[in-house]
Design a protein around this ligand. Structure first.
Ligand code: ADP
Ligand code: MG
Length: 200
């Protein structure tokens, strides 16, 4: 498969919808040159949210470890350092967060889509992620804020973390007939080998 055919799942979370950032977020992916190949709005159930986050068998460990690392960097003391205990609590909060209202799910296609969409989205914690990313520019939540209010981090968007995760997530969120194969005119410029046919 050519790298330009890579696909990734993006979900604008309920806070992104409530902050009226749908257009802004979609614009970031459009402007870099990705192609939208599927899109829908829905209110996910808590069961569906759990299914989504546990598709990757490593997610519990990685997400728990990420929290422990962030705490060490800030000198915070956590009630437990067991990544699995940490993620069990996060998952409960995440279910409430993602099922709290409508979300917009999309599939974006283009060269290195998974990696570049993650770069545009930014890191998990808006507080520490780079300015210029979606999570860095449009919200200012933190692990400390989320922990003191006993809720999930509100960071506007989900984006698949790897090509493998993307493929599993796309299959969970969309039926094959909901994904549209079509030609986008700008692909002539993005991916054409010779850039011929511009001059008359
Ligand atoms: P990402 O969305 O950056 O891939 P994860 O997959 O690790 O991050 O976690 C999924 C979502 O769970 C995050 O986007 C965030 O909303 C929430 N989350 C992750 N870690 C924590 C935490 N320690 N406390 C509260 N919420 C968290
Ligand atoms: Mg993730």
């Amino acid at each position: 498969m050519h790298p330009k055919k890579e696909r990734t799942l993006v979900v604008i979370k309920p806070d992104g919808i409530q902050r009226t950032l749908i257009g802004e977020i979609i614009g970031r992916f459009e402007k870099i040159g990705f192609k939208l190949v599927a899109m829908k709005m829905l209110v996910p159930t808590e069961e569906f949210v759990e299914q989504h986050y546990t598709l990757d068998p490593e997610w519990r460990r990685v997400t728990g470890e990420k929290r422990v690392k962030a705490a060490k960097e800030k000198g915070e003391v956590l009630p437990t350092e067991d990544p699995y205990e940490i993620t069990a609590i996060i998952l409960q909060k995440l279910k409430k967060y993602l099922a709290s209202g409508p979300v917009v799910a999309m599939i974006w296609e283009g060269a290195h889509a998974v990696e570049i969409v993650r770069k545009l989205v930014g890191g998990t914690e808006p507080r520490s992620t780079d300015v210029g990313s979606i999570r860095g520019d449009y919200v200012m939540d933190s692990y400390i804020m989320a922990d003191s209010d006993d809720r999930a981090i509100r960071n506007l968007v989900h984006a698949s973390g790897s090509v493998e995760e993307a493929n599993k997530e796309i299959a969970l969120w969309f039926r094959p007939e909901e994904v549209i194969n079509y030609r986008l005119v700008q692909e002539e410029i993005l991916y054409d080998v010779n850039l011929d046919g511009i001059l008359e």
